[in-house]
Design a protein around this ligand. Structure first.
Ligand code: ATP
Ligand code: MG
Length: 374
């Protein structure tokens, strides 16, 4: 038996345009086998488009990509047999039970009727274990439409594991999940990688990439604007950030000025008029401790104050000199503030909902590669 290739994913100069939109504009990615690779970027950065090209669902306009040594254009079947994909939007059937969904997916992978039945039986046997592992045993026989969002996400993830893929693509696996569900998904990912899988996950959360990824590519407007380990990335961003929410929105300009002066760092105003955040300089832990007293001296009430990791917005500010901007050709704006993990999420989710459901990647295993799989 030959040893697996050192690189699970290798992409050079990947490009995908949609009319005038350069969704992916020359991306290089190198992902060693057995690692977790994080692709971090805001709405419209090109994350899903890149994942769809790497999983053979979308034909690149230019560039090359190989998965475990197989070219996505020349050997799409080989690639499909090795990868699993949990798309950004749940692709399970609402009216089927969790268990039925998993069976249907196994059949979609191209088993003959006989083999599919047999496989279904094996799967039925395995469901108990699989479901137990996902903590939703009692839900396995209820229609998915009765599931909570977190449970749907987990059945979706379970479905992409039916074939034990060696390379798993997870497109925003935890967006919209509560912290508990998010932690469960993180644990599942850690187990998969411990078992030898390679995972490429896209996320809007620096914290998620930091928790899971060995290396991270930050992408914006279809380009990689930074690449490295979380530590390297954060070093370029600063030690962390302070996020504040004031009692009165009218205080914000004055409060922002005080915080800027105290930390010696630029503040990022959130979409929420009561809130803003600022980077803490590398050696600025002491300075951060002075923020609240300085605001209290000025008579400004601060009901919410957190000292935490830099947000995606702060990463972008550090890397590009600009907050996450309004970049989508379809008129979507991106919030300039927020903590990357809460305040602005509903806005982002809302926009997604408004945009409608993208094609579910799994469930189309036999679709042919072309420009517009839809
Ligand atoms: N099928 C399509 N037709 C036209 N434009 C598209 C299509 N798919 C994506 N785009 C555009 O390409 C750009 C990148 O989109 P993509 O979905 O890859 O971003 P993303 O990083 O996944 O964003 P999000 O975080 O919102 O999921 C956006 O401007 C988007 O509107
Ligand atoms: Mg996406």
């Amino acid at each position: 038996m030959t040893s697996p290739p050192d690189l699970a994913i290798e992409a050079h100069g990947l490009v995908k345009h949609f009319k005038e939109t350069r969704a992916v504009d020359g991306i290089d990615l190198v992902v060693p086998t057995g690692t977790v690779y994080g692709v971090l970027g805001p709405n419209g950065a090109g994350k899903t488009t890149a994942v769809r090209m790497l999983t053979t669902l979308l034909r690149p306009d230019a560039g090359t990509a190989r998965v475990l040594g197989h070219d996505v254009l020349a050997q799409p079947d080989a690639v499909r047999s090795l990868v699993g994909l949990t798309g950004q939007y749940a692709s399970v059937d609402e009216d089927l039970t969790g268990a039925e969904n998993l069976i249907v997916i196994a059949r979609l992978y191209g088993f003959t009727t006989f083999a599919a039945k047999r496989r279904a039986l094996d799967l039925m046997e395995a469901f108990g274990i699989l479901m137990e592992a996902f903590g939703i045993a009692e839900a396995a026989n209820r229609p998915v439409k009765t599931y909570s969002g977190g449970m749907r996400r987990r059945i979706d993830l379970a479905a992409s594991l039916v074939m034990s893929p060696r390379v798993l693509f997870l497109d925003e696996p935890t967006t919209g999940l509560d912290p508990r569900s998010r932690n469960q998904v993180w644990d599942i990912i850690r187990v998969l990688v411990a078992d030898g899988a390679t995972v490429l996950l896209t996320t809007q959360y620096l914290e998620e990439a930091d928790q899971l990824a060995d290396r991270i590519a930050v992408i914006d407007h279809g380009k990689v604007i930074a690449e490295g380990t979380a530590t390297e990335l954060k070093r370029s961003v600063g030690a962390g950030s302070v996020s504040l929410r004031l009692a009165a929105s009218g205080d914000r300009p004055r409060a922002a000025e005080i915080v800027e002066r105290t930390l010696g760092a630029e503040v990022v105003l959130a979409a929420d008029p009561y809130a803003f955040s600022a980077r803490v300089p590398d050696d600025g832990a002491d300075l951060a401790a002075q923020v609240l007293p300085a605001l209290a001296d000025a008579g400004i009430t601060v009901p919410e104050f957190t000292l935490g990791q830099p947000s995606l917005d702060e990463v972008f500010l550090a890397l590009t000199g600009q907050p996450v901007d309004e970049g989508d050709e379809d008129g979507e704006s991106r919030p300039a503030g927020g903590d990357g993990d809460g305040g602005d999420r509903s806005t982002r989710r809302g926009r997604r909902a408004a945009r409608g459901s993208a094609p579910g990647a799994r469930g189309e295993p036999s679709s042919t590669i072309d420009g517009e799989v839809a």
